[in-house]
Design a protein around this ligand. Structure first.
Ligand code: ZN
Length: 124
């Protein structure tokens, strides 16, 4: 592969990935629980409320929906980072999962956990 990443570049991306993973490892447990059975983060359920408090209930369900969306996007990022770090260990980092082409360095700079090249960025 012509533009194979050199070790220094990979080390740079690894540092970015580890920093972001450390940040997510602090943020995610505040709003989500790790489900080891499916290997995914799940939004923590809203706390139980009394039936009489309907406004509060609506607030909480909205809050829960918002939280679910946030958990989904942060959780996906967490998974992608974990996968990227595994690829670095296996020496397969920086390769598009769909085409097998090298992922553009600019794309990795913007998102070191990218799993696809620019041509396939919306396909995965
Ligand atoms: Zn591709």
């Amino acid at each position: 592969m012509s533009n194979k990443l050199d070790a220094k570049k990979i080390e740079h991306f690894k540092e970015m990935l580890e920093a972001e993973k450390a940040m997510l490892a602090v943020e995610l447990p505040k709003i989500a629980l790790w489900n080891a059975e499916i290997n995914e983060w799940e939004a923590q359920p809203a706390e139980a409320v009394t039936e009489s408090d309907e406004n509060d209930l609506a607030d909480r369900s909205e809050e829960y929906e918002e939280r679910t969306g946030k958990v989904r996007s942060l959780g996906k990022k967490f998974t992608d980072i974990t996968v990227a770090l595994e690829k670095i260990e296996n020496d397969t980092y920086g390769v598009c999962e769909l085409s097998g082409e090298a992922i553009e360095v600019e794309r990795l700079e913007a998102n070191p956990a990218a799993r696809t090249c620019m041509a396939h960025m919306n396909s995965k």
